[in-house]
Design a binder for this molecule. Structure first.
Ligand code: GLA
Length: 387
């Protein structure tokens, strides 16, 4: 891939002298969805697919960006003196946002750069192509300009730029999973304290299969921010009767005790999802550690039901894929992953059943929705690196 990236760079910017190549992964979340902005737990892992960047410093203050994936946009030019989000900047708002976040913390770039990006994460799929790009750019800035920044901080800067430069009020899960990824391990993260632990993904003779609905996720950002607002409104109600600052501080029993104070039925369901999903995540990680993979799978299924009925972030495409997966042979568990409203599902499938799973789930999905799903049997990879 390094050679390929150098080739792309040469084609766009003329020569490849002094060019360096970096990589940051995508991520899939196994369980713990929409808990990361509610002070709860998540259990994602980094993937071996991700985003590559070939980069070289310039001697002036220009920033020149090119994406192989969006090549019709050509080279997008900007400068270190223009770190302001704009519609015309399109995808380059992501790298610019990270440069802006570093700049705001006093890590100022003394010169610009030429950067060529190529990603093999399907975009808009819920596998965090944007967080991958953010962490990639953070890793590039650290290396090229010599900033002393730990991987965990790369995650924080990525999140900060996504929230304040790109307007999505996201949690820390995606950037953390990417910046802290480790081969064959999932990350059990408490998003309130940022305490984390690696858990080996011992799936025996089973594989992780991702299915992409290929449904365009139109309103994702505004719906995402809306859900976050609903959780905040539910917390405000609960705060009148108990001393909490996040929904996930409550377990199910405590929630039952206090829930009558939430008089809006929609808010009540949103809050119930956050509380129950956090508890499911704790139970799922315990099950995995004890080798109870079947129980882990059941909790994945329950997670989907809660996201469908209480949190209402699934939709017909994700539900069709998951329900077809539940009926297929050799499936240990299946659920939507990421923000929802389209994007991908994640399933744990016995190795010998993977081919029939792809065939049967794919057929049923096309029959019911008229769309074609893509399937990926994925491997769990490490964090950002220089190639
Ligand atoms: C998106 C956000 C994450 C997280 C998930 C839902 O991926 O970026 O912070 O909230 O949705 O679990």
């Amino acid at each position: 891939m390094k050679q390929q990236m150098l080739k792309y760079f040469g084609e766009v910017f003329g020569d490849t002298e002094g060019v360096e190549v970096f990589f940051a992964p995508g991520r899939v979340n196994l369980i713990g969805e929409h808990t990361d902005y509610n002070g709860g737990h998540v259990f994602p892992c980094a993937l071996t697919i991700g985003t590559y960047g070939a980069v070289r410093k310039r001697t002036d203050r220009k920033l020149r960006f090119y994406s192989v994936n969006i090549d019709k946009r050509g080279v997008v030019e900007s400068s270190l003196d223009d770190l302001v989000p704009s519609e015309e900047a399109g995808w380059t708002n992501y790298p610019k946002g990270v440069i802006w976040a570093f700049d705001g913390l006093g890590m100022k770039l003394d010169c610009g750069m030429d950067l060529v990006i190529y990603g093999n994460i399907p975009s808009g799929s819920g596998l965090s192509s944007s967080a991958s790009l953010e962490v990639l750019v953070g890793a590039i800035l650290r290396d090229l300009y010599g900033f002393d920044v730990k991987n965990q901080m790369l995650a924080k800067f990525g999140q900060y730029s996504e929230q304040h430069y790109n307007g999505v009020n996201c949690g820390i899960m995606d950037q953390f999973a990417i910046a802290m990824g480790r081969k064959n391990q999932a990350i059990f993260l408490n998003t309130d304290t940022l305490e984390y632990e690696y858990a080996p993904l011992e799936l025996g003779d089973a594989k992780i299969v991702i299915a992409n609905t290929n449904k365009r996720r139109g309103l994702t950002d505004s719906k995402y921010n809306e859900r976050r607002g609903e959780c905040e409104a539910a917390v405000a109600k609960l705060m009148t009767v108990t001393d909490i600052s996040h929904l996930c501080e409550l377990d199910e029993e405590q929630f039952e005790k206090y829930k009558s104070v939430i008089d809006d039925p929609v808010l009540l369901r949103r809050a119930r999802h956050a509380v129950s999903e956090n508890q499911r995540t704790l139970r799922a990680v315990a099950a995995l550690k004890e080798g109870r993979l079947e129980d882990f799978g059941k909790l994945m299924n329950e997670s989907h039901i809660s996201l469908r009925d209480d949190y209402e972030v699934t939709g017909v495409e994700l539900d069709t894929l998951v329900e077809a997966a539940w009926k297929a042979d050799g499936v240990i568990g299946s659920r939507m992953t990421g923000a929802g409203f389209g994007g991908c599902t994640v399933s744990i499938v016995k190795s010998e059943a993977v081919d029939s799973f792809i065939e049967n789930v794919g057929k049923e999905y096309s029959k019911k929705t008229g769309l074609t799903a893509d399937f990926y049997v994925v491997e769990v990879g490490g964090g950002p690196q220089k190639l």
